[in-house]
Design a binder for this molecule. Structure first.
Ligand SMILES: [Zn+2]
Length: 157
């Protein structure tokens, strides 16, 4: 299998997008969010009426109930807000619980207090992870498509 290039990913059909990111749920409300992943860009939902930013993507603004909601890219910089070490869990692509606990971090993004994104963190032994550490976004390949992960900021420099 060859790795698709950026042009191939940009032209991906909705059906291919749904299949590429399964078991994550790609639907009408989240397609723009996941198309950002194809472009290696983390996007958050943004209300065009009041400017509120939020995740996960939803069709209605939780602050003002406007349905005028789009997406905007964020820097991917933030700090670890919550860290979970999964010793077991459902089968997932790229996850091998036998290799050791799989880290899942919720990161508070620098754009706004309370704006948080959850994924895994790579490049650091799980024993060295701690709440409050600065992280930056990076991308790994999973199922032939880009998948967002965090790295400790000091390691990414
Ligand atoms: Zn709003």
């Amino acid at each position: 299998m060859t790795t698709p290039g950026p042009a191939d990913l940009a032209g991906m059909t909705d059906l291919d997008l749904v299949q590429a990111y399964a078991p994550l749920v790609v639907d009408r409300d989240t397609a723009a969010f996941y198309r950002g992943w194809l472009a290696r860009e983390l996007r958050v939902a943004r209300c065009d009426s009041c400017g509120h930013t939020f995740l996960p993507p939803r069709p209605v603004c939780p602050a003002c109930w406007s349905e005028d909601v789009g997406t905007v890219p964020v820097s991917g910089r933030g700090t670890i807000f919550l860290c979970m070490l999964l010793h077991q869990g459902p089968p997932a692509p790229g996850v091998d619980y036998a290799e050791g606990p799989y880290p899942v971090v919720t990161v508070e993004l620098e754009e706004r207090p309370g704006l948080r994104f959850t994924t895994t963190v790579v490049g650091t032994p799980v024993a060295d992870l701690a709440i409050g550490q600065p992280v930056t976004l990076d991308w790994i390949d999973r199922n032939g498509v880009p998948f967002p992960v965090f790295r400790l900021a000091e390691d990414a420099a």
